[in-house]
Design a protein around this ligand. Sequence first.
Ligand SMILES: *[C@@H]1O[C@H](CO)[C@@H](O)[C@H](O)[C@H]1NC(C)=O
Ligand SMILES: *[C@@H]1O[C@H](CO)[C@@H](O)[C@H](O)[C@H]1NC(C)=O
Ligand SMILES: *[C@@H]1O[C@H](CO)[C@@H](O)[C@H](O)[C@H]1NC(C)=O
Ligand SMILES: *[C@@H]1O[C@H](CO)[C@@H](O)[C@H](O)[C@H]1NC(C)=O
Length: 433
Amino acid sequence: MVTPRSNRSQLLLPISTTLLFASSIFLLSGQAAARDFSFVVRDYILLNCGASGRQLDKYNRHWTGDIGSKFASSLSHNTLTATAATQDPSVAQVPYMTARISRSTFTYSFPVSPGRKFVRLYFYPADYSNHFARDSRFAVTANPGNITLLSNFSASQTARVLNAAYIVREFSVSVQRGFLYLTFTPTRGVPNSYAFVNGIEVVSSPDFFGSEILTIVGLSSPYTVDETTALQTMYRLNVGGNAISPVDDVDLFRSWADDTPYIFGAATGVTYGQDANVVIRYSKVPDYAAPKEVYGTARSMGPNPSINLAYNLTWLFSVDPGFVYLVRMHFCEIQYPFTKINQRVFSIYLNNQTATQDADVIAFSGAIGSPVYRDYIVIVRDGTEQQDFWVALHPYPGTKPEYYDAILNGLEVFKLSSWNGNLAGPNPVLVAQ
Ligand SMILES: *[C@@H]1O[C@H](CO)[C@@H](O)[C@H](O)[C@H]1NC(C)=O
Ligand SMILES: *[C@@H]1O[C@H](CO)[C@@H](O)[C@H](O)[C@H]1NC(C)=O
Ligand SMILES: *[C@@H]1O[C@H](CO)[C@@H](O)[C@H](O)[C@H]1NC(C)=O
Ligand SMILES: *[C@@H]1O[C@H](CO)[C@@H](O)[C@H](O)[C@H]1NC(C)=O
């Protein structure tokens, strides 16, 4: 399943196991300086809250305990550290079994290089000494920028609804210079409320969101994602393939999930991998857009044109109400005979609106094996609860293509911060059966 990585990745891997426990490590790319797409990992911090010393996680990455850490130097004195009372079988020891906890506000400070960072927050909503999981409710803000990442957040309620034991929340924020501050504030007016966190990860990323003017689907008005926009990753899927762990996406340490649970309806299409003679070569997008494993697998509709014309290949997601979303769809033709324009042309519908009528991956990418992605902006209406979010593909017969079919290799859905810097949605609620 694991395909050979780029030279840069091979350079990173051995270093990551020995050096990457510290902050602000500067790694030099092995690539030629002239390469436009070069991106150098600058900050890589893994902070194990409520722990001391260094620990390895299940991927063999080094985490540093926050006890005595410079990142914890601005913590107020009224925080405490605790170990989870129970360990769910699905929960890894590091970073989940220890936590930093407080009934009042506390702040971590991370000295980082300028630019975009992925901030990943790890939560295991267990009982911690006399702090009960169900009582915890808090906000998290990121500064500079005063971005509200979470508000009145109940990790325990969220985990229950998602049927998960632990929760990872991934955000992307820009830091102009100096420090990234993360502040945890218990919700006022809720009895016994407290804030907690088990792990914090900060990793530099390229500014790969704001490169072009995008169109709002269904409105055809322009939209720009500038560097002050913060994002939350809602979904990141390796369509038609297996889950990809953070250490198999080594520059950015992203996790990619299997898309199967999100397929809507009985018509799930077909999944496949790349032809043995196809080589994935990045020419239209940088190689950090997504790993080769994402482009090297796909889902399409199937071999029968009349069946394909009768259905939509559809994914269904749940998203927070009243936000703007950036949908990034990754494409790559990886099987013969798809090498020419107008062989496979399809429509893309986002929330039942036409995003592209006649998508043609070869027209986008120029060649078989050449990865591309397309970004779309979708506005989701306001409400008090999570909303459905539909992604659907359908053959487009209008150009008389050779095949009536559609393809998708990867999908990312990002929530964009509102005008006042808010990214926090409501806690999900259990739907009565
Ligand atoms: C930060 O944002 C919150 C929520 O939007 C707001 O209530 C608060 O006044 C802001 N603080 C500053 C210093 O801008
Ligand atoms: C926090 O969320 C709970 C439900 O999840 C709600 O009952 C409560 O009113 C909320 N509190 C605030 C201050 O928003
Ligand atoms: C596919 O989805 C679009 C947008 O929601 C809809 O207009 C169309 O009727 C659907 N087609 C089929 C065959 O379900
Ligand atoms: C969008 O399409 C889906 C599937 O066809 C349908 O169930 C849903 O009600 C539609 N939503 C809207 C807002 O039209």
